[in-house]
Design a binder for this molecule. Sequence first.
Ligand SMILES: Nc1ncnc2c1ncn2[C@@H]1O[C@H](COP(=O)(O)OP(=O)(O)O)[C@@H](O)[C@H]1O
Ligand SMILES: [Mg+2]
Length: 259
Amino acid sequence: MEPAVTPADKAKVIAFANQKGGVAKTTTTLNLAVAFAEEGHRVLCCDMDPQGNLTMSQGIDPDTLEKSMYDVLVHHISIREVIRKREVDIACASIDLAGAEIAMSTQIGRERSLQKAFKPIEEDYDFIFIDTPPSLGLLTINALTAAHKVIVPVQCEYLSMRGLIQLQNTLSMIRENLNPDVDIEGILPTLVDSRTLHAKEAIELLEENFGDQVFASRIRKTIRFAEAPVKGMSVLKYDPDGKAADAYRQLAKEVLGNG
Ligand SMILES: Nc1ncnc2c1ncn2[C@@H]1O[C@H](COP(=O)(O)OP(=O)(O)O)[C@@H](O)[C@H]1O
Ligand SMILES: [Mg+2]
């Protein structure tokens, strides 16, 4: 008789979401994944943004891909066919993913396409990280439906409380209708310019409104984060001894410590 598979054998799925662009969703997905991999975990990053920034940030040209997450979501091919091995495994996206929302819109179970795609590989990984596009459309809904937890990067410079409340409302709807247990793992202050009073005030405002949900880790602004993706590397590989790499290692400890 085969032993029963306990949930502990299955990948924990974390979505990185914020409908605002430029808040470091993609940067956080990749660098936290590499920090987890340094701790010995098997991590898959799934690119759900048609812009393919995550795919590109590991040196993969989306335009050369024969198959991508579009085919996984719309034609239900195996996700294994679109995974490339780099610093971590990447399930690749290209611009055709922009058409997936319309192509899926008439399919029964359209919100669960990604969740289903993960089923056959959930024992191959300890963690699956999902990078999402800057919207709350069907691609993001698929990510939130497939996820156990959500990490919300927020740029402290242009803090949008309304945006965060909108995201919470979407999560409530997902909980009611699709995925009862999904919850926020933490809110991550990114692009923090510690020299400015504004950044300090923005973090205080976050903590007033979201309390314990705000991670203790902070990701400071540094040019390293713009340089590394151009080389097709994470910051942890590009500048392994730098402060930027350490910030994501610190966050990894915090997230792994939360159990
Ligand atoms: N801590 C940081 N310091 C400086 N630049 C950053 C930092 N994090 C991300 N960036 C840069 O900001 C831009 C937006 O980040 P990105 O991760 O692509 O955001 P999103 O995925 O939310 O749109 C990118 O050019 C990225 O290199
Ligand atoms: Mg992005």
